[in-house]
Structure formats: structure tokens, C-alpha cells
Ligand binder design. Structure first.
Ligand code: GLN
Length: 195
């Protein structure tokens, strides 16, 4: 079997950790820095970092347009943390450039400034019974989800993992734990699209 090839946007933020998680699942990871790097990938991960910086660089290098085209043609995309913000159709109190492909409204840094970072055990039935350790770093909060959005996990009554068709988002960082179950879930989305 040929290994699935996933791109990880590598303009800023956690490329290496995502690449390791992907490879742990038996797939291949490719760093995406220019539009050409997107050719031949079957899915894309947009990592955490600073969404304003990633958004500006994406526009500068012409990556935003090509990502939108490939997603419109069926490519699955998974956004973690800043990546979630970039996938959202609406970002409250901000006019930063985003891809705007998923029907969610988000608020940046909404989990409290005094606690910039925290961890929580999440119940995610879609990946099994064992709780998933969620690492939240200046995390965005999903405030509103459109009718086509499926909530896969919640924290304090708000979605923290959600899916709309080929789009997946998490407000936490699954690449920072040794647990690759969410990466495996995304890889299953990618192989379902391909079949
Ligand atoms: N606070 C960042 C932003 O608004 C996201 C933080 C992260 O990706 N860890 O872009």
C-alpha cells in the first residue's frame, strides 16, 4: 500500500510535531511553504502559531488561493488552534485575512488571559473511550457552529473539536501529546475522500 501523503503548512508554528504524529500513523508528511508544495498532497494540516502572521504569509506567497481551490475540489483540511482560526468563516473582533471555509464563528484567545495555557481531559467518542489529553495554548473558542457542523468534543459547553464534511478543527494541540488518535481520525477522513 502506498502511504498517504499529507501536507503540513510550515510558514510558522509546529510543523515537526505534526509530522511526527503523522508518521507515527504510517503516513508521509511534507512541509508546505510555497504553492508548488501543495501538489500531490492528499490532505493538509494548518498548525498552531499566530494566525495573523500565518494568514499574512499565506496571502503573500499565494498559498491561500491554491488551498481554497484544492479544498473546493475535495481536499480535506485540519486546522489546529491558529489553524482553526484560519479555517473559520467569521473571526470576532478581527479583520485578519483567513481562508474562511468552515461555517464557524470564533473568538481568539478566549479561554482567559491569566491562564494562557492549560490541559484538560476530553471525551471524544469518535476516537474511542479513553479520554484525550487536550493541550490549550492561548486557544480560540468556537462560539457558533452552522447547521452542517458536527461537534466531536466539548469543554465547558463549547465545541473544541468539530467537523464539517472534509474540514476538521480543534482549539487544542493534539500534536503535543504522544496520542495520535486525532491524526489517525483525520487520515481516515483523507482515505474516505480518496475511495
Ligand atoms: N492565539 C493564537 C492566535 O490567535 C493561537 C494560539 C495557538 O495557535 N496556539 O492566532
Amino acid at each position: 500500500m502506498v502511504a498517504i501523503k499529507l501536507g503540513v503548512l510550515a510558514l510558522q508554528g509546529s510543523f515537526i510535531e505534526h509530522a511526527r504524529s503523522i508518521e507515527r500513523c504510517g503516513a508521509r508528511a511534507v512541509a508546505v511553504r510555497k504553492p508548488e508544495d501543495l501538489e500531490g498532497i492528499e490532505g493538509l494540516i494548518i498548525p498552531g502559531g499566530e494566525s495573523t502572521t500565518i494568514g499574512k504569509l499565506m496571502t503573500r506567497y499565494g498559498l491561500d488561493q491554491r488551498i481554497r481551490e484544492l479544498a473546493a475540489a475535495g481536499m480535506p483540511v485540519y486546522g489546529t488552534c491558529a489553524g482553526l482560526i484560519l479555517l473559520a468563516r467569521r473571526v470576532l473582533a478581527s479583520s485578519q485575512p483567513v481562508l474562511g471555509m468552515m461555517d464557524i464563528t470564533v473568538m481568539r484567545n478566549a479561554y482567559g488571559r491569566q491562564v494562557d495555557s492549560f490541559e484538560a481531559d476530553l471525551r471524544i467518542p469518535a476516537i474511542g473511550d479513553t479520554p484525550f489529553r487536550g493541550v490549550f495554548i492561548r486557544a480560540p473558542r468556537i462560539e457558533v457552529t452552522g447547521p452542517g457542523v458536527e461537534v466531536l468534543a466539548e469543554l465547558d459547553g463549547k465545541p473544541v473539536l468539530a467537523r464539517q464534511g472534509r474540514f476538521l478543527v480543534s482549539s487544542f494541540h493534539p500534536e503535543l501529546t504522544g496520542d495520535a488518535r486525532i491524526h489517525r481520525y483525520f487520515l481516515n477522513m483523507v482515505s474516505d475522500m480518496a475511495s
